[in-house]
Design a protein around this ligand. Structure first.
Ligand SMILES: Cc1ncc(COP(=O)(O)O)c(C=O)c1O
Length: 409
């Protein structure tokens, strides 16, 4: 029998490991209550186990006029106030010399998938880290792309050699490279690359771009949770040094930045010295936006620009966010130091929402996950390990957790 669906879509079925683990965890909580450790969801929870929605953000939302909430955005590219506020938020007082365009998107997810769609032809290969956010795969398949991985770590550092080899192989084959780099606060390891690692990447892609266009998709979903605060953003000045045949698409997201996950707002922040290509990419992205999601949430764009353009609101927001950055740091240091003490192997962690236990054998990983669940510990299976979302587990529950996991292992 022939299918109603086209060949690409026939058989597609979304199995989201994060949501699946969360459902199992909620069932356990209903039965066992507080003994359950829920380390599944990548959203902030406070020490009392309550979902965090910043007061400085959501009280401001209440002040937005209902007409703004009801209205369409004023432009498919994104409201000019929002796009300007994103530019200022990311680049602030930096000296950014590379020409830039901003296109609003429904979250970071919209920014990543639209970039894949417009950069590569169906059948071509997108490069991603071997340890990475699950939806990169589904997005690639949705755009009829194939995937290849670079190895993230060699010892405690970024595996620059494998990165170079993977990009060179793809360049030789398809004469164009699209590579995803999720930095800072990589999901799921919590690694942040060093300045030197980034310098090596940029000098390598500049050289590689003599053979064909190189597009870096820098997914910065967790940029506002670095321990160094806005200092990390100095990193963006490195994009002043990209060659003309290199383009950087920064995928920005308000989900974590504002604790506004459901508001679905983000942006593609595009930088290249090739003005013709910059314009072509902007036009293609706007075209895709209109054809797929149309416009982005008007009131959420308004919310972002209202906070960022008001000194009092902004400083209240920064203070509130800093409290959670400090909390994440505390939580990480509990889990990471205890893991070290008991010999539980984790991937290099610097900061952010997650820590990941290293288990490269899939069968062992699945077995351990089942055992952990029987012991009321819920994590998420990712390629190469089990992700512990420290963003959602209190310090009280993190204490002793590494030891328990090691013993169950
Ligand atoms: C690595 C990474 N990139 C991008 C996103 C995009 O999130 P959103 O589409 O909600 O902005 C997420 C969210 O979990 C993420 O973990």
């Amino acid at each position: 029998m022939s299918s109603f669906l086209n060949t690409l879509s026939d058989g597609k079925e979304m199995v989201d490991k994060v949501f699946k683990a969360a459902v199992a965890c909620n069932e356990a909580k209903a039965i066992y209550g507080d003994v359950v450790v829920d380390a599944t969801l990548g959203t902030l929870f406070n020490e009392e186990g309550i979902f965090v929605a910043f007061d400085s953000v959501w009280n401001t939302y209440e002040t937005i006029d209902k007409i703004q909430k009801a209205k369409y955005a004023s432009s498919i590219q994104g409201n000019p106030d929002f796009n300007n506020a994103v530019y200022k938020w990311l680049f602030g007082d930096l000296d950014i010399q590379t020409p830039c365009e901003i296109i609003a998107s429904p979250g970071g997810a919209g920014a990543v998938s639209s970039t894949m769609k417009n950069i590569l032809n169906p059948g071509e290969t997108v490069i991603k880290p071997n340890l990475g956010w699950g939806p990169y795969k589904t997005m690639a398949l949705e755009c009829a792309l194939t995937l290849t991985d670079y190895n993230m770590f060699k010892g405690n550092s970024f595996d620059i050699e494998d990165f170079k080899n993977t990009l060179s192989t793809v360049m030789d084959k398809q004469k164009r490279v699209l590579v995803i780099i999720n930095d800072p606060c990589h999901n799921p390891s919590g690694y942040t690359m060093t300045s030197n690692e980034w310098d090596q990447i940029i000098s390598f892609v500049n050289e590689l771009s003599k053979k064909g266009p190189v597009i870096i998709l820098n997914d910065i979903a967790y940029v506002d949770y670095t321990n160094t605060g806005s200092i990390w953003k100095k990193h963006f000045e490195k994009y002043n040094n990209i060659a003309k045949n290199v383009m950087v698409v920064i995928a920005f997201s308000c989900s974590k930045t504002l604790t506004a996950y459901g508001a679905r707002v983000g942006a593609q922040v595009v930088l290249t010295k090739d003005l013709e290509q910059l314009n072509a990419f902007k036009n293609a992205s706007i075209y895709s936006a209109r054809s797929i999601w149309s416009t982005v949430n008007n009131s959420a764009m308004k919310l972002f620009s209202t906070i960022m353009n008001d000194d009092i609101l902004k400083s209240a927001y920064l203070k509130e966010k800093q409290f959670y950055i400090d909390l994440l740091k505390d939580r990480a240091s509990i889990f990471v130091s205890e893991a070290k003490e008991v010999g539980l192997e984790i991937y290099p962690h610097v900061e952010g929402f997650f820590v990941t236990i290293k288990i490269t054998n899939n069968i062992e990983k699945e077995k351990l996950n089942i055992k952990l669940q029987k012991n009321h510990i819920f994590t998420v299976e990712v390629d190469g390990g089990l992700r512990v979302a420290i963003c959602s587990v209190s310090r009280r529950k993190l204490k002793g957790l590494a030891k328990r996991i090691k013993e169950i292992m």
